[in-house]
Design a protein around this ligand. Structure first.
Ligand code: 5AD
Length: 352
């Protein structure tokens, strides 16, 4: 795969090409996705987790954080706030809990959120990011009214995936979940972490090709940031990617150039590394931000990585407008690629 005669690895490694890459990505972004930045009010509703990912601060073995789960009423109130502020979409995110009881509880909340909206108005869009579930559970959540799902692959390198997860978690299962989500009709987002120990630039190239080959509707990628209460944070190991910040921006830019009409998130993790990344990420092609709605009282317990940054919504808006972009208030801002994809699927099925 070449972009203007440069191969992807060269674009990731050669810093002289960085300004050119950013310009090219912004050009593609403005042409294909315009100057809007869409909002997903982020509700991190629980940090209970049955997984033990070696990098993640809310892994089940971390006894240094207090566990919390918001109540149905708290979640509905936050959704109402999101609606009233014109966010038009929320993202419900949590650690992974796979019992039917929990999934049914969540499905009921999703239905109640959909019913919050005045009947003559477009209802809140709901993105879920609650991990690996069964087909039946995903179906239940889709039928309840969630229409987007984020499930990061973390890395397209199976060996590296196995090195950063305990043996119970499998790469193949993760991929299978992504296909199930797509079959069910979700807009499917995935993504990776950049700068993982042992990760190479060739791995990043493969990550980009995975986005292309799977045909993701949305991408959420961010830098890996060590967390002190995790096995990987306690025993830091080197990576070929030393400047994770720049590498992440380059990944965003390349993703935008390769997938012009998908949605790309400017991650909070990136802002944690460098506050000024908001503007750079948007110019590099990110067109979605997730303002945090999680209550202040529990926010610090949703610590996937160290020193998570919180930028107030008003500040985000000011800064976006200062670089001549617009905030997509009252708009769903769905991924155009998704609609194109399902139209093609329908056509294919009709021809079969
Ligand atoms: N650094 C960066 N991102 C992390 N995540 C979890 N732990 C970390 C970390 N230490 C990301 C993973 C996961 C998402 C919920 O958060 O990509 O999928």
């Amino acid at each position: 795969m070449l972009i203007d005669n440069y191969d992807l690895e060269t674009l990731l490694t050669n810093d002289d090409l960085f300004p050119w890459l950013l310009n090219k990505a912004e050009e593609v972004r403005l042409k294909e996705r315009g100057d809007k930045v869409y909002l997903r009010g982020l509700i991190e509703f629980s940090n209970y987790c049955s997984c033990d990912c070696y990098y993640c601060g809310i892994r089940k073995s971390n006894i240094n954080i207090e566990r919390y789960k918001l109540t149905r009423e708290e979640i509905l109130n936050l959704a109402k706030i999101a609606y009233e502020r014109g966010y038009q979409s929320i993202a419900l995110q949590s650690g992974e809990i796979t019992t039917d009881k929990h999934v049914n509880w969540l499905a009921d909340i999703i239905k109640a959120i959909k019913d919050l909206t005045p009947s003559n108005k477009q209802s809140l869009g709901i993105t879920l990011s609650v991990g690996e579930l069964t087909y039946a559970q995903y179906k239940k959540l889709y039928e309840a009214g969630a229409h987007r799902y984020l499930l990061r692959l973390e890395t397209s390198n199976k060996k590296l995936f196995n090195a950063i997860h305990p043996p119970e978690q499998s790469f193949d299962k993760r991929i299978e979940c992504l296909y199930i989500l797509r079959d069910l009709g979700f807009q499917v987002g995935s993504g990776t972490m950049v700068g993982l120990p042992g990760q190479t630039y060739e791995d990043l190239v493969q990550d980009l090709l995975f986005f292309e080959n799977f045909g993701v509707d949305m991408v959420g990628l961010g830098p890996y940031i060590p967390h002190k209460d995790t096995p990987m944070g306690k025993h830091p190991m080197s990576s070929q990617i030393t400047d994770t910040y720049t590498a992440t921006i380059k990944m965003l830019a390349l993703t935008r150039i390769m997938r012009p009409n998908i949605n790309i998130v400017a991650s909070t993790a990136l802002r944690t590394l460098n506050e000024a990344s908001l503007e750079t990420a948007i110019r590099a092609g990110a067109n979605v931000i997730m303002p945090i709605l999680t209550p202040v009282s529990v926010r610090n317990n949703y610590s996937l990585y160290h020193n998570k940054r919180y930028t107030p919504f008003e500040e985000l808006v000011k800064r976006i407008e200062a670089i001549n972009y617009k905030v997509g208030l009252w708009e769903l801002g769905d991924s155009p690629y998704f609609f194109k994809r399902i139209k093609n699927d329908d056509r294919r099925i009709a021809n079969e």
